[in-house]
Design a protein around this ligand. Structure first.
Ligand code: GLY
Length: 574
C-alpha cells in the first residue's frame, strides 16, 4: 500500500511546477527537477545533496564497488560540490552496517580542539564573549577530521582503491560546475567575511563580486590537494606540503593549530546509540553528537501515544512531539559533551523509563513554558549548513553519513594554495556556560573548550533495522534542527506509515527549549491545526528549518531513494 501511494506521489510531484500550501504539495527548491529527487531501484541507491556527488557514488557501483566505495567517492565529491556545507577542512560521522555485523558501527571523525585551546579562548578580559571569534577566521577552526575518517572507513570496508574513489572529486574540482541557486545564496550571505581572505576571494569571487548562479566554479588548488591525498592517503593531508600550508597560515594569523595537532588527530570507532520503536531497532550517532540520544529520547517519549491515530497534521501530534523536543534540548544543554572528557548519562537519557516520566509531565491542553522545563535528574549524576548522504547496495550494506564545516563556508578562510576551507566547528563548543551557538542552542559546562576535545554536535546519521535487515537509513543537515527533523521523519515513516516521499516532505516543526517558540517550516501546515495550536498557547514562528533529509527505505525488493525536494540533491540508483 505504501508503495502504491508512493507511485502516486511521484506522479504528483513530477507534474507539480509551483508549490502551494496544500500539505501534500512538495516544496521543490528552485532549479531542481522533481524527477531527480525520487528513485526506485533494486540493486543500489544513493541520496545526497549534490547531483555530481550522487553520480560519483553511482560510478563506483558501476565499477563493481560497494556502498563503502560510494561513501568515499560521495564524501570527496560533495566536498567539492558543496563548499558552503562541508569539505576536507571539516569533519563528520558515519553509521555503517553490513550483513554479518551484530550491530552497526559508528565512526567519529569530528574536528578536535587544538592542543593550545582553552575554555576562555573566546572571551575577553572581562569574561564577555568576543563577537564572532568562534565563527569567522582562524580561531573558529577545529583540527579537521574528514580525510582521516573517510580513508579509515574506506580502507576497512571498501573494495576499490583510494585512487578510484577520489578521482570523480578531482575531475569535478578541475573541470568545475555551474553555481546553483543554493550555492549562490550562501555566497551572497557570507560575502563580507569571504572577502576578508585573499585565498578565499581568489576562488569564489569574479571581478570583485561573489560568483553568481550560472557562473563556473573551478577549484584548481583543491584538486591539487585531492591529488596529494590520492597519492599519499591520509599523509597527503596531515603531513607534507598541505600540512605545512595549514600550519604556516595558522602561525601567520596567530592561530593555534600546529603539526602536533595534525599528527595526533585520531578517528574513533564508537558504539552507536541504540533504541527501539515498536519493533524496529534504531541506531544513531553517539556523543560527541547529541543527535542520536535525543532522536531516541523523542521517539521513546511519544511511542506510547500511538500518534498515528491522530495523523501527522493533528495538533495533538505536533503538541506532544514538540514537547518531547523541548525536554530533549533542556537535557542537551545540561548533560551533553564529548564522552572522552565528560560523563554523559546516555543510558538514562535513552531509557523508556525516563521517557515515561517526561510524557507524564506534558499537559494535554497547553505547551510548557521554558521556565517549567528542567533537565532530568539522574542518580549519580548553527546558518543551516552541513550535509548528509545515504547509500544502500545490493549486498545489504548501509551507509548513513553527515559531514560538515559548520556554518556557510565554515570560518570563511581558505588555506592559501590548498583550496581547503577551514571549518568553524569551534562554535559548537559552549564559549561559556549558558552561551548560545550559531543555532541558538544553549551550551553547558560539559561542552566547554578543552584541548583535543570534540565539540558537541546535533548530527544524527541513523539506520533502522528489523530482524537484522535494513529498513530505513536517513539523516539531514541544519544544526540543532537535524535531530528533530530526523526524529519526525522516523515518526512519519514508522508510526504514521507514510510513503517515504511524504515522510520526508511533510510539514516540519522544531522546539528547542530556548527560544520559547514552535518553529514551523514555511510549507504545509493546515490552517485549522495552526489555529488550534495558537489557541493552546503556542507561539508560532514560520521560519524554514533548513533540513534536507536524504533517506533510503528498503521495501520488499525495492530500494526507495528520496532526496529532500526542498534543496539541491539527487536520488540515484538502479
Ligand atoms: N555543526 C553542526 C553540528 O555538528 O551539529
Amino acid at each position: 500500500m505504501k508503495f502504491i501511494t508512493f507511485l502516486f506521489v511521484i506522479f504528483f510531484i513530477a507534474n507539480c511546477s509551483s508549490p502551494n500550501l496544500n500539505y501534500r504539495t512538495v516544496p521543490m527548491a528552485p532549479g531542481e527537477k522533481a524527477s531527480e529527487h525520487v528513485k526506485i531501484g533494486k540493486k543500489y541507491m544513493i541520496t545526497s545533496q549534490g547531483r555530481h556527488s550522487s553520480q560519483a557514488g553511482l560510478k563506483m557501483m558501476e565499477m563493481g564497488g560497494n556502498a563503502m566505495d560510494a561513501f568515499a567517492a560521495v564524501s570527496f565529491a560533495i566536498s567539492v560540490e558543496r563548499p558552503q556545507s562541508t569539505g576536507i577542512g571539516g569533519g563528520g560521522f558515519l553509521v555503517y552496517w553490513q550483513p554479518g555485523m551484530e550491530k552497526p558501527l559508528a565512526f567519529d571523525f569530528r574536528e578536535k580542539a587544538p592542543l593550545k585551546a582553552h575554555k576562555k579562548m573566546f572571551l575577553d578580559m572581562s569574561g564577555k564573549e568576543i563577537p564572532r571569534k568562534s565563527l569567522d577566521g582562524i580561531f573558529a577552526g577545529g583540527v579537521p577530521g574528514l580525510v582521516a575518517g573517510v580513508i579509515e572507513a574506506h580502507s576497512r570496508y571498501g573494495k576499490l582503491p583510494l585512487h578510484a574513489v577520489i578521482q570523480p572529486a578531482i575531475d569535478l574540482a578541475e573541470k568545475g560546475f555551474e553555481v546553483y541557486p543554493g550555492l549562490a545564496k550562501a555566497l551572497t550571505y557570507r560575502q563580507k567575511v569571504l572577502a576578508r581572505f585573499p585565498a578565499t576571494k581568489k576562488i569564489f569571487f569574479k571581478e570583485g563580486k561573489v560568483l553568481e548562479e550560472g557562473d563556473l566554479l573551478v577549484q584548481t588548488d583543491l584538486a591539487k590537494t585531492l591529488k596529494a591525498i590520492q597519492a599519499r592517503g591520509k599523509n597527503g593531508f596531515y603531513k607534507g606540503w598541505v600540512a605545512k600550508a595549514i600550519v604556516e597560515e595558522e602561525k601567520r594569523r596567530g592561530g593555534m593549530i600546529r603539526q602536533a595537532d595534525l599528527d595526533q588527530y585520531n578517528v574513533v570507532q564508537r558504539k552507536p546509540v541504540t533504541g527501539s520503536y515498536k519493533g524496529y531497532d534504531v541506531y544513531s550517532m553517539s556523543p560527541p553528537s547529541s543527535g542520536g540520544i535525543h532522536v531516541l529520547q523523542i521517539l521513546n517519549t511519544v511511542e506510547p501515544l500511538n500518534l498515528s491515530h491522530y495523523g501527522i497534521q493533528d495538533y495533538r501530534t505536533i503538541h506532544y512531539t514538540a514537547s518531547a523536543m523541548q525536554q530533549a534540548f533542556a537535557d542537551r544543554a545540561k548533560y551533553l559533551g564529548d564522552m572522552d572528557f565528560v560523563r554523559v548519562p546516555l543510558d538514562e537519557l535513552t531509557s523508556k523509563k525516563y521517557a515515561k516520566s517526561i510524557l507524564a509531565k506534558i499537559p494535554k491542553d497547553r505547551p510548557l513554558k521554558k521556565s517549567e522545563v528542567l533537565p532530568g535528574k539522574f542518580d549519580g549524576y548553527e546558518s543551516p549548513e552541513t550535509t548528509h548522504f545515504t547509500i544502500m547496495d545490493s549486498e545489504g550494506r548501509v551507509v548513513s553519513s553527515t559531514q560538515t564545516i559548520n556554518g556557510y563556508f565554515g570560518s570563511g578562510l581558505v588555506i592559501p594554495g590548498t583550496g581547503i576551507i577551514l571549518n568553524n566547528e569551534m562554535d559548537d563548543f559552549a564559549t561559556k556556560v549558558g552561551a548560545k551557538n550559531l543555532f541558538g542552542a544553549v551550551g553547558g559546562e560539559k561542552n566547554l573548550v578543552e584541548p583535543q576535545k570534540r565539540p558537541l554536535s546535533s548530527m544524527s546519521p541513523t539506520i533502522v533495522l528489523k530482524h537484522n535487515k535494513p529498513v530505513l537509513a536517513l539523516g539531514s543537515p541544519s544544526g540543532t534542527r537535524i535531530l528533530t527533523c530526523v526524529a519526525q521523519t522516523l515518526l512519519n515513516y514508522l508510526e504514521h506509515n507514510e510513503p517515504l516521499l511524504n515522510a520526508v516532505s511533510s510539514v516540519r516543526y522544531h522546539q528547542q527549549w530556548y527560544p520559547d517558540e514552535l518553529r514551523i517550516g514555511a510549507f504545509g501546515l493546515k490552517k485549522e491545526t495552526e489555529d488550534k495550536l495558537r489557541e493552546m498557547g503556542y507561539k508560532i514562528n514560520h521560519k524554514n528549518l533548513g533540513c534536507r533529509v536524504q533517506a533510503i527505505a528498503r521495501e520488499g525488493d525495492n530500494l526507495i531513494g528520496v532526496s529532500d525536494p526542498r534543496g539541491q540533491g539527487m536520488a540515484a540508483g538502479e
